[in-house]
Ligand binder design. Sequence first.
Ligand SMILES: Cc1ncc(C[n+]2csc(CCOP(=O)(O)OP(=O)(O)O)c2C)c(N)n1
Length: 358
Amino acid sequence: MQKTVEKFSVLYLQILMGNGECDEKDMPYLSKRQIQEIYFFMVLARKLDERMLNLQRQGRIGTFAPSKGQEASSVGSAYALEPKDWIIPSFREIGGLLVRGMPIDQYLLYYAGDERGSNLPKGINIFPTSIPVGTQPAHAVGFAIAARMKKENLVVITYFGDGGTSEGDFHEAMNFAGIFFAPVVFICQNNQYAISVPRSKQTRASTIAQKAISYGFPGIQVDGNDVFAVYKATLDAVKRARDGNGPTFIECVTYRLGDHTTADDASKYRQQKEVDEWSKKDPILRLRKYLENMKMWSAKEEDALLKDIAEKIESAVKSMENKEPPCVDDMFKFMYEKMPWYLQEQLSSLKERTSEGE
Ligand SMILES: Cc1ncc(C[n+]2csc(CCOP(=O)(O)OP(=O)(O)O)c2C)c(N)n1
């Protein structure tokens, strides 16, 4: 006897088309002010990216990972959270972090190699950036389960790339999330590359979203350059998690328009033609077209927005560069609540050596 014991399908969601028109049927409620605010955060992320590239080239900050092209996925998803919720990010999530109140000077400080950039003011619910690929989903699941035990009705959103889904930790996180109904939203920024490794070498599965199904919870694929689709999918997922119905996996299909990091040269492994094709799907241009179609935006407002953003960025650069130099203790202070003996030993030895002027 043979019979089918399971069948599955994966939904794809797109609301805002390339020409700036939108599918009213799926459009989530957003006021004019909210849509303009979303646009503000996306442009702020893009402009900060551009400024940071210059700062890195001038030696004023260290290596950093630009997010150009991924602003809709990042901003749209973070915009669906409530203030008490938490973000557990990867290293390419500036849009979402800005939505959640990340102070720009601290973001710059982090990329200037200063640990104080990760020590955020209370109430800004963002974990420190995870550079090790694929580790943060496990932190998110553990944190979310712990929060539920403490009866805090919060949701945790975690971000990672298509490459991150090949890491063992990612699968352990997904499995535990499914079993324990963790209030987590997994956002996969499928930007088509893990440095030079293309999506096709990451998995044989036709979607990344379907991986969720094997762990017993829903996975959806969305147009990651469509901020309304990302927002709606995340809003639904956040509600599901908050109502006690467990995790959701969202695959945002997008594209990294820039290099992997400032230490990379993407022209070595991908064709300019491909980049040009994706540039036409730029999420910021698409939202701008929508705003203009709906008569919600004018050239005057655009000028004022760009001026405001330029001022905010320049004042943050000044603030970052005018900080007192960090203290050596900061290298040791933030990993554990109580510093273990071996770090204490290393700290004392470093202090002795620095006081001897070595
Ligand atoms: C555990 C681990 N292995 C390797 C690296 C080096 N590394 C940094 S980013 C990266 C690719 C990550 O690709 P993806 O997860 O798709 O995210 P993206 O960079 O595209 O945003 C690699 C291999 C690392 N940081 N951590």
